[in-house]
Design a protein around this ligand. Structure first.
Ligand code: EPU
Length: 416
């Protein structure tokens, strides 16, 4: 099994290029199902989750022609309306195909995703609101069976601004009769990106960037070429890595406005950052503790919480971090403790006593962002840290060992 070995402490320097965002490309890939014209997506990151979504599209009869990291899709041959248990169990984002399949074929059979390591993650907001758009839904044998004779626009108000539900409903609205209005919609930048992609093919989504999205149904979509936004979560991970290792380094190819809450928080802790249009440069800084609460965008992202906890273990002073989005997203805490961090969990918060020196130990990845936190901590720890179960990292961080090596870190991917 693949493992990552990190020799610390590291000092990083130079530049790192951020890849297009996984969480933008996953719904965009599902949206390919909406059009029977050719669409090319460029610079698709080499990630397990992206590969899983490509496999799902191929199983449904979509032709995927790869030219390096650019892929041209032809969904005119869409022949299946089923997302199998085998694929959905490896990636919850498979649920994104529900809205597009209903739009294109009027029916969908999608395996229920079930819980995952970070929480129970129900899909009631997706399903309850699709029902308001004239969809009949039945759950049987672990599958969602959804059917409609035609989708109708509706006013739907989400009880929570779920990212995935907003995306699914937006895609369902593209061909629905009349207007679909999504109130209390999630406002994450990846949602804007999906809307911009759909509009580039001829959809009519407005209210982009707000919590009230309006989708005017259209009759057909065209083809086109698109590239997703830079991955703000990958960028935050490297920026935090730069600060933890007191390095002067540049993180580029993403929009810092997508991270303003994180950057503001870091600056409040004393971080010296140069913020450009498409890059952030870190400088060696003396940091103090902070109070962090995860919230839907524009609040502090849950996907940066684990990396932030890793940072707060090495800065001077005490910190309090509260996780409000997922009920079980502190699995990095016992592993960070193995590296010498002082963290105490109280319900949905952790109290961190900062400034303890970290020392190497064997640790284990439990989910994607927890894994990133372990790599960051290992960069600061004295000695050789062996990180197990790195397949979690490979779901969402393209070429992580190579990118860190280029920055001067001693990081190696081994198979043992
Ligand atoms: N929720 C419900 N019912 C629903 C949908 C969501 O109760 O029908 C709850 C969830 O259980 C969770 C909260 O609402 O407690 C937020 O879930 P949301 O639907 O917003 O998240 P998601 O669409 O499942 C996406 C990202 C996650 C990211 C969250 C929050 C993708 C593929 N995934 O998940 O990314 O943490 O939004 O920003 O876009 C990651 O990349 O590591 C990751 C987990």
């Amino acid at each position: 099994m693949d493992k990552i070995i990190v020799k610390g402490p590291a000092r990083l320097s130079g530049e790192v290029e951020i890849s297009p965002a996984k969480n933008a490309y996953l719904p965009i890939l599902a949206a390919i199902l909406l059009t029977d014209k050719k669409v090319t997506l460029t610079n698709l990151p080499k990630l397990r989750d992206i590969n899983t979504m490509l496999k799902l599209l191929e199983m449904m009869g979509v032709e995927c022609n790869r030219d390096g990291k650019n892929v041209t899709f032809d969904a005119s041959s869409l022949s299946s309306h089923e997302a199998t248990y085998e694929l959905v169990k490896t990636m919850r984002a498979s649920i994104f195909v529900l809205g597009p399949l209903l739009s294109r074929l009027g029916k969908a059979k999608v395996s229920l995703p079930g819980g995952c390591a970070i929480g129970t993650r129900p899909i009631d907001i997706h399903l309850d609101n699709l029902e308001k758009m004239n969809v009949k839904i039945e759950m049987k044998n672990g599958f969602v069976f959804a059917e409609t004779d035609h989708l109708t626009g509706a006013l739907v108000k989400l009880k929570f601004p779920s990212v995935g539900a907003t995306e699914n409903l937006m895609m369902a609205g593209v061909f629905a009769d009349g207007q679909t209005i999504i109130e209390n919609a999630a406002m994450e930048p990846e949602i804007d990106d999906l809307a911009n992609f759909l509009n580039s093919l001829g959809a009519k989504v407005s209210g982009i960037g707000t919590s009230r999205l309006v989708i005017d149904g259209v009759k057909e979509l065209n083809g086109g070429t698109y590239q997703a936004i830079g991955d703000r979560i990958e960028a935050a991970t490297y920026i935090i890595g730069g600060l933890m290792t007191k390095s002067e380094m540049t993180v580029k190819n993403f929009n810092p406005k997508h991270l303003f809450n994180v950057l503001e928080n870091l600056q409040g802790m004393g971080a010296k950052l140069e913020i450009g249009d498409n890059y952030v440069k870190t400088y060696p800084s003396s940091l103090k503790g902070s109070k962090v609460i995860t919230e839907p965008f524009p609040g502090f992202p849950t996907d940066v919480q684990a990396q932030m906890v890793a940072l707060l273990t090495v800065v001077e002073g005490n910190s309090l971090v509260t996780e409000n989005i997922f009920e079980n997203r502190f699995m990095h805490v016992p592993e960070l403790t193995r590296l010498g961090a002082s963290i105490e969990q109280l319900g949905s918060s952790v109290f961190i006593e900062g400034g303890r020196p970290l020392t190497a130990a064997p640790v284990m990845c439990t989910d994607l962002r927890a894994s990133a936190a372990l790599v960051l901590a290992a960069l600061c720890a004295y000695g050789e840290t062996k990180i197990d179960r790195v397949y979690h990292l490979q779901r969402g961080y393209e070429d992580l060992p190579e990118k860190l090596q280029k920055l001067g870190a001693h990081v190696e991917l081994v198979n043992e």
